[in-house]
Design a protein around this ligand. Structure first.
Ligand code: PMP
Length: 341
């Protein structure tokens, strides 16, 4: 048995019970472990659907160039799909992203332009603006715009949602995920709620992003936007793919809690995952504790874990980086003598 190319290996990622970091909760908590995808993240799922939508709409011809603004993971998914389908890729990203992510994109043959993080989205230097401009200038190229392109949530309606329904044999009661473009949470929610409208969907937002306040108060508050370190989640814009009607509640998590939970997932569960996984799990535990009176042992909660720890070795999994950012209290160094004792 084999796949025709690497695209056949996307999806059907495992669901793994979370045993230790959720101690004391009455329900079953499962992680949907997306680093098993070949490009290393949940965003492999949208790489193919975004390109196939552009082909169907006649926006790109064979040999053309795919252009996208990406924090890294969508780029990997697109690069893989582009290789299988014979396109070139140019990605714009921000200087906040891990070097590892940029290196992965270049390893997959893409050209990467790193743009400043702390400029307004409509600033000509922003990674959104640069991607748009390139698409206007380069012949036979298409800017896929994962933020507003409905082929993004469609991938989750067609894959992530059905997988969760099947893997839990319809027993899933809660789905909890972070949001960047909103494609994962909105698409997965749409499918799951079509099967059972009682399934609760909870979004998790990093502090500094706009979704939490917009969901609860309906206001887009520019004063609430500030830089944060958790990569791939939260926004300073409201993407069309973030469907607030598909979400029942939103919680907010600070960087320190996200980073520390990421490391706990590695050490206590053996799940070597990325920052937004720690954020989603920290948010899930917060929400489940707040609602524990309504929960029972029949509840099956799925938390989506988007990517791998390998992309954050120089950050969350580096003690110096953690200490320098105030995410890890300094520990006295353990000497060789003490280890021998
Ligand atoms: N986590 C990480 C690490 C990501 O790269 C992304 C995508 N930006 C997300 C979570 C959020 O996924 P979505 O864009 O589907 O909301």
């Amino acid at each position: 048995m084999w796949h025709d190319n690497i695209l056949g290996a996307i999806g059907n990622t495992p669901l793994v019970r979370i045993n230790n970091v959720v101690e004391g909760l009455p329900c079953t908590v499962l992680g949907k472990v997306e680093f098993f995808n070949p490009g290393g993240s949940v965003k492999d799922r949208i790489g193919v659907t975004l390109i196939e939508r552009a082909e169907k709409e006649g926006k790109i011809e064979p040999g053309g160039t795919i252009i996208e603004g990406t924090s890294g993971n969508t780029g990997a998914g697109l690069a893989i799909a582009a290789i299988a389908k014979g396109y070139k890729c140019i990605f714009t990203t921000t200087d906040k992203q891990s070097q590892e992510k940029v290196d992965v994109l270049r390893a997959l043959g893409a050209e990467v332009l790193v743009c400043p993080t702390n400029v307004e989205p409509d600033d000509p230097r922003s990674y959104y603006s640069v991607a748009r401009r390139l698409a206007e200038e380069i012949p036979n190229s298409v800017y896929l715009n994962q933020y507003d392109n409905s082929a993004n949530p469609k991938a989750h309606v067609e894959t992530t949602g059905p997988e969760l329904w099947k893997q839990t044999e319809g027993r899933i009661t809660h789905f909890i995920a972070g949001a960047g473009t909103g494609g994962t949470i909105s698409g997965t929610s749409r499918y799951l709620k079509d099967q059972n409208e009682d399934i609760q969907v909870v979004g998790v937002d990093p502090m500094g992003s706009v979704f939490y306040k917009y969901f609860h108060e309906g206001v887009f508050d520019e004063d609430e936007i500030y830089p944060y370190f958790t990569e791939g989640v939260g926004e300073d814009i409201l993407p069309e793919n973030m469907d607030f009607d598909a979400v029942d509640d939103f919680v907010q998590v600070d960087d320190k809690s996200s980073m520390q939970m990421t490391r706990r997932l590695a050490r206590e569960e053996g799940l070597f995952v990325g920052q937004s996984c720690g954020m989603a799990m920290a948010g899930a535990i917060q929400w489940l504790n707040d609602h524990s009176a309504e929960l029972s042992e029949d509840d099956v909660v799925v938390v989506l874990l988007p990517d791998s720890g390998f992309r954050y070795l120089s950050k969350t999994y580096n003690d110096e980086w953690m200490k320098n950012h105030g995410f890890l209290e300094s520990r006295p160094e353990v000497t060789a003598d003490e280890v021998v004792k």
